[in-house]
Design a protein around this ligand. Structure first.
Ligand code: PBG
Length: 344
């Protein structure tokens, strides 16, 4: 209430507006800000996606993801050692398959000595306690760059799921801790769960890309795994329409029924509403993928000096925590883990 009577000088300085609530009181000092902070980012929140390729002792830069490189298997083991030292809980492995090994059915995905399996075995031999997550989808292995079998311009669902189950088994056999199906075929989580269980892999977890959108933010990733140029058409008949939110809940509900242990939303920052809705609805461990295009935007701006990397990266990750995510797949994982370790 505005005061119409004259106020003493002391009264005036004490409270000109007569406010009861002054939210700024809790922001006044660093200790108070820390005390009332709702969401925090720790190294336990990080999953580091890495790209692997054939060869020896080589790292190949990915131009659209400055600072990220494809690693040969031996270099991937070095990266895993670094991750373990930084206490990053898990890596997600993505392969760049030699074009000569790609074919229309992605048969290399079922080779139990393919690049993904070699990487799994090499890392498990050295650092058995680091979590290893593998992607289940055919796109790195197909000559057309689609996640499933392509016939007359259509992606076949049930036939693809059969192959995905076999791909998951090959990965589990080689040491994958978590199978992460990113293909968006209908029914794949249940089929993979049944396949794992029938083969003695009851303890292998499934992190389903429950809500994966048909997104332009995957562009740099497709450069990294070498499918950008070969992809025929787009993935809109299996990945979700960016306009849909309720559909994400229905998709996730199916994955939960089919046995998913963890849910994931992808891309990340443009889809925080989906992270929030899935966490609220199912209460399962829920992850977000800060994808390649998000990385490229942030890193590009940092490299141009337009934004402060030391602040924008943790802020972008804290946003996921505030939205309810239990963890984030991010290419910034080693940088953030390093900064958190230095801060102590
Ligand atoms: C493929 C897959 C994609 C990503 C992870 N797994 C790309 C796609 O669907 O084309 C994208 C990750 C990123 O952009 O960082 N199954």
């Amino acid at each position: 209430q505005p005061r119409l009577h004259a106020v003493s000088e002391a009264e005036a300085t004490a409270s000109r507006l007569g406010l009861v609530h002054r939210p700024r009181r809790n922001r006044k000092t660093d200790w108070a800000r820390r005390l009332v902070r709702e969401a925090t980012l720790t190294v336990d929140d990080l999953i580091w996606p890495i790209f692997v390729m054939n060869g020896q002792a080589t790292r190949t830069p990915i131009p659209s993801m400055p600072g990220v490189e494809r690693l040969t298997v031996d270099e991937a083991v070095r990266a895993a050692e670094m991750a373990a030292k930084l206490k990053i809980p898990a890596l997600a492995i993505f392969p760049y398959i030699d074009p000569s090994r790609r074919d229309p059915t992605g048969s290399e995905a079922l080779n139990d000595n393919n690049l993904v399996c070699q990487t799994l075995r090499a890392i498990k031999a050295e650092i058995p306690n680091l979590g290893l997550i593998t992607d289940v989808a055919l796109d790195p292995f197909t000559s057309h760059g689609h996640d499933g079998l392509l016939e007359d311009g259509r992606i076949l669902n049930d036939e693809t799921v059969e192959l995905l189950v076999r791909q998951a088994l090959v990965q589990a056999e080689a040491g994958a801790d978590v199978i992460a199906p990113s293909d968006m075929m209908d029914g794949r989580v249940g089929a993979i769960r049944a396949g794992l269980d029938a083969n003695g892999f009851e303890d292998v977890q499934i992190m389903s890309y429950a809500a994966k959108y048909a997104s332009a933010f995957y562009g740099p990733f497709r450069d990294a795994i070498g499918t950008a140029k070969t992809l025929s058409g787009d993935k809109r008949t299996y990945q979700m329409d960016p306009g849909n939110g309720l559909e994400a809940i229905r998709e996730a509900a199916l994955d939960v029924e089919e046995g998913a242990d963890m849910l994931m939303v992808k891309p990340g920052l443009p889809y925080l509403d989906i992270v929030w809705r899935l966490k609220e609805t199912f209460g399962l461990p829920t992850f977000a993928y800060q994808v390649s295009g998000e990385y490229a935007m942030i890193e590009g701006a940092i490299r141009n000096g337009w934004v402060d990397g030391d602040r924008i990266i943790p802020e972008s990750l804290l946003a996921f925590k505030r939205a309810g995510a239990d963890g984030i797949l991010t290419y910034f994982a080693p940088r953030v883990a390093q900064a958190l370790a230095e801060r102590g």
